[in-house]
Structures are given as structure tokens and as C-alpha cells.
Write a protein that binds this ligand. Structure first.
Ligand code: SAH
Ligand code: SF4
Length: 388
């Protein structure tokens, strides 16, 4: 967020902060100091930054600002997940979700308000596109999660160990801002997250994947959802522009550039009667046979504007079994935070209709109990996004 064209220090990467201080005639190490104050201690009041001289603080107050999005709603799920809704400069509401687990905490971060890509199974897509989030609005989600969860306290272990860019929007269509925000996430003097624990999820914006390696070494997940172009064209319009063969070859290029043992994660949302047939699983196994990857199955999460349904637990199990037998590492994502409307693909950022929301909340709570019964009965499947 910019106020009267003053640079927002919360949205500057270390490199840009250094350049900023050099321009100001100051020493570049000021950049580390500012980053630590904002992103390690959660301080946004320049007066509190006492290791910076008073005259420089006055100069910073006059010429810059530190501005983060506002949290306007705060939900806590029965299963311990949090959902926070932030208001972004465009006026839209955007959601982020924190998923705690033993030994780790994953933050699902949004990159856009709405999404232009219109995948048929996605609530965000049904909203259409509203705006790109600024760097500060993307990194601000991690800042807020830390603030809300006590992560800025001294000696406190950071509650967010993993970030997945799997919230609202297509991260690679907000390329520059997302890349800068990822930089800040992985910067030692900011959040210091490991490249293995920061995952970009994309529906397949091939030109952006092709240039990704010049900007980041984060992990990559690809939303495939179909084993052939004919079906993928029907449920993901982007496939008409960037079909599967082009997509997989572009992803291979990025994974090869990483030069380590990481493999891409293939995300496959299972939708009853659409892409969950045994033959789809066999075709998927065939399609990916020379493509090193792990497969993450996501049972479809229903929402009001969609007639799609989630497959039965036995259909999910059969699908997984076929892939495992073919030699793939397969995980099935456990549904979390369904009761607060924060499961994959349910993020809509709609906070205007409180009445509908509370009756939905009740229905979801009941549904969540049912869901858990289903997923507890599917053996060995407990996996969430951060295990990617
Ligand atoms: N735009 C990016 C990231 C956001 S969507 C992408 O498409 O990858 C994050 C994941 O949630 C994607 O794999 C997406 O396909 C999946 N998803 C979307 N709607 C869903 C739904 N209703 N149920 C289950 N998963 C869904
Ligand atoms: Fe956009 Fe991803 Fe939803 Fe598709 S699944 S509409 S790309 S947010």
C-alpha cells in the first residue's frame, strides 16, 4: 500500500530496501535493521526503532510509511484452523487460512482478490477478477498470522513454518508482487522460511513458469485436475491456451533448474462423476510416467454456486490405490476448516451477507463432523498442503 506516493517499507525486499537507503545517502545495513523491526518483531511504529538514529527516524517518518492491510474478520474453526479476512486497497476482502498440525503450521496465502481463470470447481473463480494484491498485502498476511498467533514475541517459536500460495487468485498472474513477497518470506532477516517450505501453486500459466527460475527457488505445485486435454479444457479454461504437454514441459524446466531433489506436486481435485473414474487414474498414471512428481488428491469441497459433488471415500481410495500401485507417492488432503468456509476452493472473501454466513456456518459445522467421519475411515490419508 502506498500513501501519497511514499514508499511502503513493509513491501520492500532486502535488495530494494538497501537501494532505498543508499539513495537516501545512508548505509545499506539499515535495510536489515528495518526488516528485523517489521518482519521479526512486528513493529510498524518508526519511533520504536531505537537502534536507528533520531534524525534518520524523523526522515523516515517524513518520507516513507509502513502500511499493512487491515484484518476485518477473524474466525476460528473447531479443528484449530484460523481464517482471517483482510481488506485490501481495492476495497475487496481477501482470505487467508492458518492450518496448525503437530510440528508445523501452514499459512495458505492469497495473491489476488478474485481470479480471472474461472475453473469450474472453484469458488474464487466464480467471483471473477477484482485486483492484484500489492507486495505488502501478500507479505502482510504472514505478518498478521504471526501477530495474531504471538509469533513476534521473543524466543517464541514461529507459528508459521510453511507457506502455500493456495489461497485466492493465481499467484503467477500477479508475478512481480508475489516474487517480491516470496523473497521477503525467505529472507533470513525477515521470516527466514526455507525454499522447501514455501510453495507456489499454479493452474499452469506457462510463460510465467518459464521465467520463474530467474526469480525464485520456491517449491512448485501444479493444479492438473485432469489426465487429458479434452477434460482439462472443460474444467480449466486456461488449458485451451496452455495445454498439458506444454505445461508439464515448462514445469520440468523449472524443477530441473532447482538442482536438488525436490519434485513437483501434482494437485488433483477429485470431483464426483467428472474426473474421479478409475480410468482417469490409470490415464493419469500413464501421463505422468516420465515426470518426477508426487500427487496430492484434493476431494472437492462443495460450495453454494456449484453443483459438483465430492466423490465417496471408496472412490477416493480406489483412485489413490491405482496411482500407488503404479508407483506414485500419493497423499490425500484432509479437509480442514470446512466449518468456517476455509477449505480449499471455498475462499470467496464475501463478508457482506452475515445472515447467510451464519446459517451456512451451522450447516458447515454439521457437515464438518460428517466429513471427518468419512476421512477418518480412509486409512493413512492424513495430509495437508504443507506436506507437499
Ligand atoms: N490459482 C492457484 C492457487 C489457488 S487454488 C491454483 O489454481 O493452483 C489452490 C488449490 O485449490 C488448487 O489446486 C485448486 O484447484 C484447488 N481447489 C479450487 N477449488 C476447489 C474446491 N472447490 N475443492 C477442492 N479444491 C479446490
Ligand atoms: Fe483461479 Fe486457482 Fe480458482 Fe482456478 S483454481 S479459478 S486458477 S484460484
Amino acid at each position: 500500500m502506498m500513501v501519497a506516493n511514499k514508499p511502503n517499507l513493509a513491501g520492500l525486499s532486502l535488495e530494494n530496501l538497501r537501494a532505498f537507503f543508499i539513495d537516501l545517502g545512508e548505509k545499506p545495513f539499515r535495510a536489515e535493521q528495518i526488516m528485523k523491526w517489521i518482519h521479526q518483531r512486528g513493529v510498524v511504529d518508526i519511533d520504536v526503532m531505537t537502534d536507528i538514529s533520531k534524525p534518520l527516524r524523523e526522515k523516515l517518518k517524513a518520507t516513507t510509511n509502513i502500511s499493512l492491510p487491515k484484518v476485518v474478520e477473524d474466525y476460528l474453526s473447531e479443528d484449530g484452523c484460523h481464517k482471517w479476512i483482510i481488506e485490501v486497497v481495492s476495497g475487496s476482502k481477501v482470505e487467508m487460512v492458518f492450518i496448525p498440525e503437530a510440528g508445523r503450521g501452514t499459512l495458505c496465502v492469497s495473491s489476488q482478490a478474485g481470479c480471472s481463470l474461472d475453473c469450474t470447481f472453484c469458488a474464487t473463480g466464480k467471483q471473477g477478477f477484482n485486483s492484484n494484491l500489492s507486495i505488502a498485502e501478500v507479505i502482510g498476511q504472514l505478518w498478521w498470522a504471526n501477530k495474531k498467533l504471538g509469533g513476534f514475541k521473543d524466543k517464541m517459536e514461529r507459528p508459521v513454518s510453511n507457506v502455500v500460495m493456495m489461497g485466492m487468485g493465481e499467484p503467477l498472474l500477479n508475478f512481480d508482487n508475489v516474487m517480491e513477497a516470496l523473497n521477503i518470506m525467505m529472507e533470513d532477516c525477515a521470516y527466514g522460511l526455507s525454499k522447501r517450505k514455501v510453495t507456489i501453486s499454479t493452474s499452469g500459466v506457462v510463460p510465467a513458469i518459464d521465467k520463474l527460475k530467474a526469480y525464485t527457488d520456491a517449491s512448485l505445485a501444479v493444479s492438473l485436475h485432469a489426465p487429458n486435454d479434452e477434460l482439462r479444457n472443460q474444467i480449466m479454461p486456461i488449458n485451451k491456451k496452455y495445454p498439458i504437454a506444454k505445461l508439464l514441459s515448462s514445469v520440468s524446466g523449472y524443477m530441473d533448474s532447482l538442482g536438488d531433489k525436490r519434485v513437483a506436486v501434482i494437485e488433483y481435485t477429485l470431483i464426483k462423476g467428472v474426473n474421479d473414474h478409475r480410468q482417469h487414474a490409470r490415464d493419469l498414471a500413464e501421463l505422468l510416467k516420465s515426470f518426477p512428481c508426487k500427487i496430492n488428491l484434493i476431494p472437492f469441497n462443495p460450495f453454494s454456486l456449484s453443483d459438483y459433488e465430492r466423490p465417496s471415500s471408496s472412490a477416493i481410495s480406489n483412485f489413490r490405490q491405482i496411482l500407488q500401485t503404479a508407483g506414485y507417492t500419493v497423499t490425500v488432503r484432509t479437509t480442514r476448516a470446512y466449518d468456517i468456509g476455509a477449505a480449499c476452493g471455498q475462499l470467496v472473501g464475501d463478508v457482506t451477507d452475515q445472515t447467510r454466513r451464519s446459517s451456512r456456518h451451522k450447516r458447515r459445522s454439521e457437515q464438518a463432523v460428517e466429513d471427518r467421519k468419512v476421512f477418518d475411515s480412509v486409512d493413512n490419508l492424513a495430509v495437508t498442503a504443507d506436506r507437499l
